[in-house]
Ligand binder design. Structure first.
Ligand code: AMP
Length: 214
């Protein structure tokens, strides 16, 4: 089962993608996580990507497409995967479709987690990420057991640069401009499903499971 998660930054698609991965035993592939790991490891890709990420801009398509193709070619992706944060532009979607078509495959589901902008701004200011393992939490909607400490690995939590208020508005503008057109793209492809992302996390997940099948 090959799934794409769509939705504005902060819509909760990452949280849902992780749960989907667990339930259906497929890898969760977050291009944001892979890019952050490259930034942390100070790789060539990381150095190039960081400049864009810190400003709330998208990393150029060619860098991200190569990185994603490499990842979905790995052995654990044979039975499918859930993509979180990719594609983010029409050229990325077209490259993905072309690569899959070359293998005689196609995407099965695109799930749009729909949340209005005003809710997003409120959510992202409360988001916290682990400096070590990348796990994300929310001070109000998904708090850790101990404030400021990651439940998964015990390291410190931070407000990521790209979740700071000045960057959030920029990321939303970029989303509307470059990523939202993918909704029409996947609707045309006949695989679009929309869930109401303003529901609580459990209900959003339930709605997704109804689409994917138990
Ligand atoms: P995310 O964790 O998915 O919100 O991604 C964080 C940042 O990484 C984004 O604001 C972009 O700068 C970059 N990024 C992640 N995925 C992509 C992508 N598919 N295309 C371009 N940039 C991306």
């Amino acid at each position: 089962m090959k799934i794409i998660m769509l939705g504005a930054p902060g819509a909760g698609k990452g949280t849902q993608a992780k749960r989907i991965a667990k339930k259906y035993s497929i890898p969760h592939i977050s291009t944001g996580d892979i890019l952050r790991a490259n930034v942390k490891g100070e790789t060539e890709l990381g150095k190039k990507a960081q400049v864009f990420m810190n400003q709330g801009l998208l990393v150029p398509d060619d860098l991200v497409i190569d990185m994603l193709m490499d990842r979905i070619g790995q052995a654990d992706c044979e039975k499918g995967y859930v993509l979180d944060g990719f594609p983010r532009t029409i050229p990325q979607a077209e490259s993905l479709d072309a690569a899959l078509a070359g293998l005689g495959e196609k995407m099965d589901f695109a799930i749009d987690v729909d949340v209005p902008d005003e809710n997003i701004v409120k959510r992202m200011g409360g988001r916290r990420a682990c400096v070590n393992c990348g796990a994300t939490y929310h001070v109000e909607f998904n708090p850790t057991k101990t404030e400021g400490i990651c439940d998964a690995c015990g390291e410190k939590l931070i407000l990521r640069d790209d979740d700071k208020p000045e960057t959030v508005q920029k990321r939303l503008d970029v989303y509307h401009d470059q990523t939202q057109p993918l909704i029409a793209y996947y609707e045309k492809a006949g695989i679009l499903n929309t869930v109401d992302g303003t529901q609580n996390m459990e209900d959003v997940f339930e709605s997704i499971v109804q689409i994917l099948g138990a």
